[in-house]
Design a protein around this ligand. Structure first.
Ligand code: ZN
Length: 456
């Protein structure tokens, strides 16, 4: 099994021009009311950071204002909310054929590599701290403000030195967009988190990283837009429901988050410290963002019901293994959705392909590759977050070469990833009825993570 990190020859390394490094202004992106600006207690928890928080991390005050700074309490939490959660089961119901047909169709105007409004702006070099990186961040912000204005936007920032920065600190900016049920409390809400990295590698010079991971970013944006109206409509209905029925319906709902991570790539050669700059800092920060006592979720990490990481997508005929037994239910959801879309003639790559080929894998036995592929999920997985990793094995032939660009993408595959991801997200968020697909017999949903512990 190939790992995502690999070794580069030092002689090939290009050096970014650090004089052109821009500092990114997070304050142009606005958090919502529960990611409030009070900074009262932000410094009290810096004493016992874990090994991932290196001395290189440096948080300017302005950056911290993007994050809640909640007081740390030592009182034991009530177990009651947790018991309520455990009554939910891990289950996925694919959208019905009628609902699948009513989802929007991915168009070249959205996803064409040359001029698609969602994908093409990402197909530029976007090394952390360079103007290209800032441009792509602005594209994300513009996309949400134009197409998904109900989502709450924020960034999480750090500065860290890298093997190529000669002691200088490079800014890393993670982009976060969230849509929660209108009644949800920050400490209680669970979320499906759709993740990709938006940075590109320093080498080879001019590297675009179309599959790595411009396409995954674009696919996630497109999918979020495709289900947004249905989700808004569903939550309006549930918000108006009265009595015990309304209360129960509201408890079952979860939010959705789009997470675009910075600094996934190694600058020199992949190692625990030269890779995953954005993800490592975010996982550390979220672990420290503790919710008030009596909250169902312990901290910001605890809000993640499922971390769905897309990477290296956009080449023809990907083969996606199921990496983790505890999230195989969600993998199966993709497999079933793929089958249904193909059967309905809704996949441009045809009726007979099968990207999710491990649908029938035995969760009690068999070989699970989880942990063999180093990627942005690692710092989260180490902290107990449930991960669905959508990365092909083998990797695309263009991986980490100059050929990983727009010209080498398979356009039909890109559009099919958008259809498939939107349909899966619609299924897991339970918006079938709002898509005109009829009432669900068993409501889709997942609850507290299972008992099987997943570790690297
Ligand atoms: Zn890469």
């Amino acid at each position: 099994m190939q790992a995502h990190g690999h070794h580069l020859s030092n002689s090939n390394l290009g050096r970014p021009d650090y004089d052109t490094v821009n500092s990114i202004e997070p304050t142009t992106i606005h958090g919502d009311e529960w990611w409030a600006d009070d900074e009262d207690e932000e410094d009290e928890d810096n004493a016992d950071e874990d090994e991932e928080a290196s001395d290189d991390n440096d948080y300017p005050e302005d950056d911290l204002m993007m994050w809640p700074s909640l007081p740390i309490f030592t009182t034991p939490r009530s177990l009651l909310p947790l018991l309520l959660l455990s009554t939910l089961t891990n289950a996925f119901t694919s959208l019905s054929p009628a609902a699948l047909h009513s989802l929007p169709k991915p168009l070249p105007a959205d996803l064409d590599p040359t001029n698609g409004s969602i994908l093409s702006p990402i197909l530029i070099p976007r090394v952390p701290g360079t103007p290209g990186s800032t441009k792509v961040l602005q594209h994300f912000q513009h996309f949400f403000s134009q197409s998904l204005p109900s989502w709450s936007l924020s960034t999480q920032n750090s500065t860290q030195s890298t093997p190529l920065s000669a002691g200088k600190k490079i800014p890393f900016t993670n982009f976060i967009a969230t849509k929660d049920p209108p009644w949800a409390k920050a400490g209680d809400v669970g979320r499906i988190v759709m993740v990709a990295h938006y940075d590109s590698k320093v080498t080879p010079e001019g590297f675009i990283g179309a599959t790595d991971s411009a396409v995954p970013c674009a696919v996630i944006l497109w999918a979020a837009k495709a289900i947004d109206a249905a989700l808004t409509s569903k939550w309006a209905t549930i918000a108006a429901m009265e009595g015990e029925e309304g209360k129960k319906a509201r408890q079952k709902e979860r939010g959705v988050m789009v997470l675009m991570l910075d600094g996934e790539e190694a600058w020199e050669s992949w190692s625990d410290t030269d890779s995953l700059y954005g993800a490592r800092d975010l996982a550390r920060a979220w672990e420290e963002q503790t919710h008030p006592p009596m909250s169902i979720r312990k901290n910001e990490l605890g809000n993640i019901d499922l971390f769905v990481l897309l990477d290296l997508l956009g080449c023809a005929a990907p083969r996606i293994p199921s990496y983790f037994p505890t999230t195989h239910w969600a993998y199966k959801g993709f497999a079933e959705t793929e089958e249904r879309l193909r059967k309905e003639g809704l996949m441009e790559t045809g009726k007979t392909g099968q990207w999710f080929y491990e649908k029938d894998k035995d969760t009690q036995g068999g070989y699970w590759y989880g942990g063999a592929v180093q990627d942005d999920h690692v710092p989260f997985l180490k902290r107990g977050v449930e991960v669905l990793h959508l990365i092909p094995s083998p990797f695309p032939a263009v991986w980490h070469t100059a050929e990983d660009d727009g010209d080498h993408l398979d356009k039909a595959t890109v559009k099919d990833w958008a259809s498939l991801t939107a349909a899966w997200l619609g299924g897991v968020m339970g918006v079938q009825e709002q898509l005109g697909g009829g009432k669900l017999e068993n409501k889709a949903g997942l609850g507290k993570r299972g008992n099987v512990k997943t570790e690297l």
